[in-house]
Design a protein around this ligand. Structure first.
Ligand SMILES: Nc1nc2c(ncn2[C@@H]2O[C@H](COP(=O)(O)OP(=O)(O)OP(=O)(O)O)[C@@H](O)[C@H]2O)c(=O)[nH]1
Length: 494
């Protein structure tokens, strides 16, 4: 009689462990999201006025925040948990199944819209760490609320015998208020690590023309909104658009727009086309309106002036990081940063350039005989002289003590030779005044390499120019050694 083989699990042990871990993670995700949604939905339901929809509804914003911070939870197990928890909480607190299904669909539609939009943003924006982040927060939560509004259009006539437009307005406003109040807290909560996501590469900055027009369009939308959603809150509808303007436009432009929008509000109320629900003839209302409009105007103006200061500081820092403080010409990193794109355009042989290494002759002697300050003066004057021999498009940098580098784009070898010669002659002919009664003549040696697009990298050309410079020094200084790349024989010019 044959004995039965013992039962063998077809999966190898390692695979089985991985599957177990996956199941446990799914379960954990399911439980966490169920509990969170149930708790938050209860909070919303229990604080709502009897017979009405909740105005404070934290569940959507909290779940959206969680999914943005931990996108791996936006798994089917998470969506299923959220759906069941929304429906169950609603039914358990007295809603019928049809109502709770429609409401849940609205919640999920809004959360999913917000989630997929937010995931497109870079982490810096998701964590609200850039000036523009708040604008994206407002736009994306606004769109998520628009999606909820569409569900409200369906829900209002179906469940509450209301109008479609009324449903849209109610859902849109309720969602947006909740998102904007709660989401920043979750997105900036410390201690949570944001994962990197391949989705972020989908984010593309808008073309420049769009970017310029968008803040202004937001102001116009605010104006439109104040006509559609009239009432006391309309006094603030222009603020987001104005803040966006403050982040994007110059201080003066923001100031003009702020003035115009303040006038719009004041004249609109006086003229009767803007209904803030106030009695304009009543002194108290008029005074309050004036003060409100004035104080609201402070927000965009503050942001615009902070942005101006920030921009100026950034420009200063950028200049300091890329320029040599002694001579004012580019430093090594500034030179490389500006030279690399020009070098990149060489591919295909469509352009040409010359790279020059310039080294002041016997500079150590100047320092030794006349002091460091005299050496500094020579460096400053040499940078000025060399700069005067160059065109606007040429780059001049100081990359070492008394070593300079020049990049001349779009020139042939003869032009490169004559520019180098001009620098050599100009420096040799100049009287460097280093004290009241001391004038020096200072010569320079130059290594030049000319190429029309064959070098593999910038450093190849720099090395080659350096070799030519070495030859110029070895041949007696105060001269140019020139070569072209790919290799040919170096030409020495005295
Ligand atoms: N004054 C001043 N001197 C500097 C500065 N940076 C470097 N040096 C000096 O520049 C000198 C460079 O000397 P060397 O490299 O021997 O070159 P050289 O005397 O010009 O000789 P050759 O290049 O062979 O003609 C050194 O004495 C450095 O101390 C600076 O910013 N200011």
């Amino acid at each position: 009689m044959m004995s039965r083989p013992p039962f063998v699990n077809p999966l190898p042990a390692a695979d089985r462990q991985a599957t177990d871990r996956q199941t446990a993670a799914l379960l954990k995700n399911f439980i966490l999201i169920s509990l969170l949604v149930t708790f938050m939905a209860l909070l919303g339901i229990l604080t709502r006025p009897i017979g009405l929809l909740a105005v404070f509804w934290p569940a959507n914003a909290v779940l959206l925040g969680l999914l943005i911070r931990q996108p791996h939870r936006a798994h089917w197990s998470g969506w299923l948990a959220a759906t069941l928890a929304f429906v169950a909480t609603d039914v358990a607190t007295g809603s019928d199944v049809k109502t709770s299904l429609v409401l849940t669909f609205g919640n999920l539609l809004s959360i999913a819209t917000g989630f997929y939009l937010f995931r497109r943003l870079p982490i810096a924006h998701q964590t609200l760490r850039q000036p523009m982040s708040i604008v994206w927060l407002a736009i994306y939560t606004g769109l998520a609320s628009v999606a909820a509004g569409f569900n409200g259009m369906l829900a209002n006539p179906l469940l509450f015998q209301g109008t479609m437009i009324g449903g849209w307005k109610f859902w849109f406003t309720a969602e947006w208020v909740n998102y904007l109040a709660i989401l920043p807290v979750i997105l900036t909560m410390p201690g949570w690590k944001f994962p990197t996501s391949p989705w972020r590469t989908l984010w593309r900055p808008r073309p420049a023309q769009w970017r310029i027009a968008m803040p202004f369009t937001a102001v116009l939308l605010g104006l439109l909104l104040s006509l559609v959603f009239s009432g006391p809150g309309a006094i603030a509808y222009l603020v987001p658009g104005l803040l966006w303007c403050a982040l994007s436009y110059q201080l003066f432009t923001t100031a003009v727009l702020t003035l115009l929008t303040s006038l719009w509000t004041l004249l609109g109320v006086a003229g009767g086309w803007l209904d803030l629900g106030i009695v304009i003839n009543r002194g108290r209302d008029l005074e309050s309106l004036r003060l409100g409009v004035t104080l609201i105007a402070l927000a965009p103006l503050t942001v615009a002036s902070v942005m101006t200061a920030r921009l100026e500081l950034l420009q200063k820092l950028q200049y300091l990081a890329s320029h040599d403080p002694l001579t004012g010409v580019l430093n090594r990193s500034g030179f490389m940063e500006q030279a690399e794109p020009l070098f990149g355009q060489l591919t295909g042989g469509k352009r040409s350039l010359a790279l020059m290494m310039l080294d002041i002759d016997f500079f150590k002697k100047i320092n030794d005989q006349h002091g460091h300050a005299a050496g500094d003066l020579v460096l400053k004057n040499f940078a000025l002289i060399a700069g005067q021999c160059l065109r606007d498009a040429d780059l001049l940098g100081r990359i070492g003590g008394e070593e300079f580098v020049v990049l001349v784009p779009d020139c042939d070898i003869e032009q490169a030779r004559s520019i180098a010669q001009r620098i050599c002659d100009a420096s040799g002919a100049y009287n460097y005044q280093i004290a009241n009664d001391i004038r020096l003549n200072v010569t320079v040696s130059i290594g030049v390499v000319h190429t029309s697009g064959a070098a593999d990298s910038m450093s190849v050309l720099l090395n080659l120019a350096d070799q030519q410079l070495y030859q110029a020094k070895a041949a007696g200084r105060n001269q140019i050694v020139l070569s072209s790349w790919p290799a040919d024989n170096a030409h020495t010019l005295n």
